[in-house]
Design a protein around this ligand. Structure first.
Ligand code: SF4
Length: 284
């Protein structure tokens, strides 16, 4: 779901728009995700799995009707910012994004999930050192696009990264299947799998996360379809209770890497595949 705001915003409008964006992302799923879950429900043969997918669809409907988060784990807040080289906000964008995150936490409300990694002390408002996670990309043009993708811990915790032997391209599929098999029902299937291949250790993880932003109905390559087929043949099924749909889609992003490396990251996304975007300066 993408919202367009034609003019350049004041700081106040910017913060308010981001709070609205967070509300949109937390209380509803985009059409491509809902349609993929509906398709899974229609094709599912296992009565147990079918009833689970129906429960998920009912959950989505109730959340949208009542304007409440679709899951109790409202995630850690991750922003992807595409900043046009000719867009001049006139205020500190990062500080405003942090303020909007804290305000959204109070207003929607969101579960405060951000803790110090060692003391485990909760900041109380989903902000903290390095959180929200804001990913900046400079692009040509006069627009500012912000995508928010709240990420729950259940699926994030089952994600993995491996530095494969560079001769082991076949090992990519094996790594994905092993990781999904050991995750079982923990990441709340049906899943979307974002796979980052190449770059460096950290770049592959970022590519995997970016791959999760691809619309679920965007065409998949033969390689992506092959992995999806193999994952669904595992029979883990909805919420790990068996069935034909363990994953809804697989998306791969690649980057050139060192000749002696083959980094591969798998970012697992649960059925609550939340993201929403806003574009400022739409008609400029
Ligand atoms: S993995 Fe997803 S659906 Fe499961 S509890 Fe976490 S956010 Fe909710």
């Amino acid at each position: 779901m993408v919202v367009f705001l034609s003019s350049k915003p004041s700081r106040e409008t910017f913060i308010r728009s981001l709070v609205d964006l967070l509300r949109k992302a937390e209380t509803g799923l985009s059409d491509d995700v809902v349609n993929a879950i509906r398709k899974a429900e229609a094709s599912e043969k296992s009565p147990v799995a079918k009833s689970q997918v129906q429960a998920i669809l009912k959950n989505i409907e109730i959340a949208e009707t009542h304007g409440v988060p679709i899951c109790q784990d409202t995630g850690i807040l991750i922003f992807f910012v595409e900043l046009g080289s000719e867009f001049h906000a006139g205020f500190d964008l990062e500080a405003a994004i942090r303020e909007a995150s804290a305000l959204a936490t109070r207003e929607i409300p969101l579960r405060p999930n951000a803790v110090d990694p060692l003391t485990r002390k909760n900041s109380g408002d989903n902000t903290g050192n390095g959180i929200p996670d804001i990913n900046w990309k400079l692009v040509p043009g006069k627009q500012l696009k912000i995508t928010v993708a709240p990420k729950g811990a259940g699926s994030e915790n089952m994600s993995a990264l491996r530095m494969l032997n560079p001769t082991e391209v076949e090992g990519i599929k094996k790594f994905v299947l092993e990781t999904v098999t050991s995750a079982g029902g923990m990441p709340c299937p049906p899943l979307t799998l974002g796979i980052g291949i190449g770059g460096s250790f950290d770049k592959s993880a970022r590519l995997a996360k970016e791959a999760l932003l691809e619309p679920l109905d965007s065409p998949m390559s033969e390689f992506e379809k092959e992995i999806l087929g193999a994952v669904n043949a595992l029979g883990i099924g909805c919420m790990g209770l068996g069935g034909s749909t363990t994953a809804l889609a697989v998306h791969v992003k690649t980057a050139h890497c060192h000749t002696a490396s083959l980094p591969v990251a798998l970012n697992i996304q649960c059925w609550a595949n939340r993201h929403a975007s806003i574009v400022f300066g739409g008609d400029e």
